[in-house]
Design a protein around this ligand. Structure first.
Ligand code: PLP
Length: 405
């Protein structure tokens, strides 16, 4: 059975060209970039090349604005913690209610341990930021605003360039978690007021455990990790040279494929969306209908929870992901769907370069029957034949059980 991977917002397959680029760093070019000999110089040159590849992808003005990290989570943490250190008089953070846990968990921790005040800006039912609430939260007490470029669950895109300009008016730094946007949307940081941006290699066909933080040259920065002088004192620790070279090549390929592939992927996503809405009644798409990542669709199938669909699709060799507002113990509720006040569970399908029409057709072939089966599963009485698992995966709906979870 051909595996259909439609969970590319979780992670992507490493591109074979990326693997090829990494191999020398894992074999004969094993030098430490900080060493003062030929091996070191080779590794150093590889890092410089990767920095240039990333600079091109995100439109940074200078390559030294890019600091390599272990991934999106570290970059998000480093940006926020640095802002609090360089502006000790400012004790507030503005973020959104739908950020990734890499931001929200840190903010909650800072609230508890450092008495930092956190403003979590709400979103509407399409996942769009409440810009009035955002404006109201901005003040000279704010050290940093951290708002994602695009949401990982729904694909909703935030107007970060405009939000950054508003943050500047009160002298706050503006950071964006662009982990889901980089490689999917054209980005030109030179033309924005964005101070810091986080990205992650494994979301764009690069290896896991590598990422970067863009820090504008004019922004003061304090390193999260203390130690040696690597990365111009911005991130101590010997660089993950194979991972970084892989990230660089992934960035180069993302730029090369940006136009054509983005359009092709969007067509696939739209075909799936349209096909499901036509074939399955009581179904709707979550997220901004227009300002949305071209590869992402998040679909609610009313009366059942997303994780039931997910498990049955998995048995068919189809990998996708769920966002659930369920509180019945079947799954963790999605803070994103909860913030959008979406009462039912949902399924996220996220595409990437290696998906094709066959993948879409396979989902359209099997999913309508799965939804029907779950919706028809008996919920009580002696004839109940469903197993414990199916009972859970059936995600007993509020409407059918009266349980408003
Ligand atoms: N931010 C967003 C929006 C993400 O989607 C993810 C990963 O899912 C991260 C941050 C964390 O990135 P990493 O897995 O590289 O730590």
């Amino acid at each position: 059975m051909k595996v259909v991977h439609l969970d590319n917002n979780a992670t992507t397959r490493v591109d074979p060209e990326v693997v090829e680029a990494m191999l020398p760093l894992l074999t004969h070019q094993f030098g430490n970039p900080s060493s003062a000999h030929g091996f070191g110089a080779l590794a150093g040159a590889a890092l410089k090349n990767a920095r240039g590849q990333l600079q091109a992808l995100i439109g940074a003005e200078f390559d030294d604005e890019i600091t390599f990290t272990s991934g999106g989570t570290e970059s998000d943490n480093a940006a926020i913690l640095s802002a609090l250190e360089v502006m000790p008089d400012r004790t507030e953070i503005v973020t959104s209610a739908v950020e990734h846990p890499a931001v929200l968990t840190l903010c909650a921790h800072l609230e508890e341990t450092r008495r930092v005040r956190v403003h979590r800006i709400p979103v509407d039912s399409h996942g769009r930021l409440d810009v009035d609430a955002y404006r109201a939260a901005l003040s000279p007490n704010v050290a940093i605003v951290s708002i994602m470029w695009a949401n990982n669950e729904t694909g909703t895109i935030f107007p970060v360039a405009k939000l950054a300009e508003l943050a500047k008016e009160v002298g706050a730094l503006f950071h964006t978690d662009a982990v889901q946007a980089v490689g999917k949307l054209p980005i030109d940081l030179k033309s924005t007021a964005i101070d810091m941006l986080s990205l992650s290699s494994h979301k764009l066909h690069g290896p896991k455990g590598a990422g970067a933080l863009f820090v504008k040259r004019t922004v003061r920065f304090h390193s999260l990790i203390k130690g040696g002088h690597q990365e111009s004192d911005r991130r101590a620790g010997t660089e993950n040279t194979p991972g970084i070279v892989g990230l660089g090549m992934a960035a180069e390929l993302a730029l090369k494929f940006m136009d054509g592939e983005t359009r092709r992927i969007k067509r696939l996503r739209d075909r799936l969306e349209k096909g499901l809405l036509q074939r399955v009644p009581n179904t709707f798409v979550n997220g901004d209908p227009l300002e949305r990542l071209p590869n992402t669709t998040n679909i609610t199938f009313e009366f059942i929870q997303g994780n039931g669909i997910l498990k049955l699709l998995d048995r068919e060799g189809i990998a996708c992901s769920y966002g659930s507002a369920c509180t019945s113990g079947c799954s963790e509720p999605s803070h994103v769907l909860s913030a959008m006040k979406i009462p039912h569970g949902a399924v996220r399908f996220s595409f990437a370069r290696d998906n094709d029409q066959e993948d879409v057709d396979r989902v359209l072939e099997v999913l309508p029957a799965i939804v029907e089966k779950l919706r028809d599963a008996p919920v009580s009485g002696p004839d109940r034949r469903i197993t414990e698992e199916l009972q859970c995966v059936a995600g007993l709906s509020a409407r059918r059980t009266g349980d408003h979870s």
